[in-house]
Design a protein around this ligand. Structure first.
Ligand code: IPD
Ligand code: CA
Ligand code: CA
Length: 264
């Protein structure tokens, strides 16, 4: 079984996961308006989880372990493992990203998977469920929106950039988020890290600043870096793949400016 996965082509792994996510997206579109059981997590009325988050994660983690029996899986809702380092094959799963949007807006939510080997990005997948768009790829094969390969991103300065920012940090009057908000051309609050990364990959947004967990940024990071974007913490350092990070994603000029701004 292990030998099978190790000898699979990258394209075959990519298409296998694309198939899983298309299947789950079809089910999520059917469930979105009438089959949701919603509860809250961590005594926080704004932190929602549904039956679909749980069943997607249980199923995806199981598919990954069947495909790659050596895999360690880092996932949000409790079906994963708790690796202490990034050696070997480490997979990340966000079974529904943007659960608040899923429950209340019925759009702008995603399902995300990422695969890293020995800490190096291999492939990432983000499906924008309601738009029927899947973003997938990595450094060895390029990045695709459905079957269309995406170009490298053009560089932009910070004052010409449209950024997504964390609504929670803005609401809490976090000065670093407000400072970035004042410095960009415009900012948006989308409520889904996956949808934000998808818009950045498609060239519709130029940047993102948010506190994110590994399953929120793992897939987006693989593809954003492949398209030449910077993905770092606020010190300009690589993200810690096993804990929460204040994540900056943007083009190189805007990135230099944001890092300088946040240091001052
Ligand atoms: C959340 C969304 C949101 C981000 C939060 C995440 P979830 O993911 O990506 O945009 O600001 O930090 O937790 O909980 O809906 O998977
Ligand atoms: Ca989630
Ligand atoms: Ca998430």
């Amino acid at each position: 079984m292990t030998a099978d996965f190790k000898s699979m082509s990258l394209a075959a792994v990519d298409q296998t996961v694309v198939g899983w996510l298309e299947q789950l997206a079809t089910q999520a579109r059917e469930a979105v308006t009438h089959k949701l059981t919603v509860s809250t997590k961590d005594h926080d009325a704004r932190n929602l989880v549904t039956n679909v988050d749980r069943s997607n994660e249980e199923w995806l983690d199981q598919q990954i372990r069947t495909l790659d029996p050596d895999a360690k899986v880092v996932s949000e809702e409790g079906f994963g493992d708790h690796p202490t380092d990034m050696s070997g094959d480490v997979w990340f799963v966000d079974p529904i990203d943007g659960t608040m949007n899923f429950v209340h807006e019925h759009t702008d939510f995603a399902i995300m998977v990422a695969w890293y080997r020995d800490g190096k990005p291999k492939l990432g997948w983000i499906i924008d469920v309601m738009a029927h768009h899947i973003f997938h790829g990595g450094p060895e094969m390029g990045v695709f929106e459905n079957d269309q390969q995406l170009p490298k991103q053009a560089d932009v300065d910070l004052d010409q950039a449209v950024f997504a920012l964390s609504g929670r940090h803005l609401m809490q009057a976090d000065s670093s988020y407000q400072e970035v908000g004042r410095s960009v051309l415009a900012f948006r609050v989308l409520g889904s890290a996956g949808i934000t990364f998808a818009r950045i990959l498609a060239g519709q947004l130029n940047g993102y600043y948010a506190e994110l967990q590994p399953w929120d940024f793992a897939a987006g990071q693989v593809m954003a870096k492949t398209l030449g974007l910077e993905v770092t913490n606020v010190d300009g350092k690589p993200l810690d793949m096993l804990s929460s990070n204040a994540v900056i994603v943007t083009t190189s000029s805007a990135h230099r400016e944001v890092i300088t701004l946040l240091k001052s």
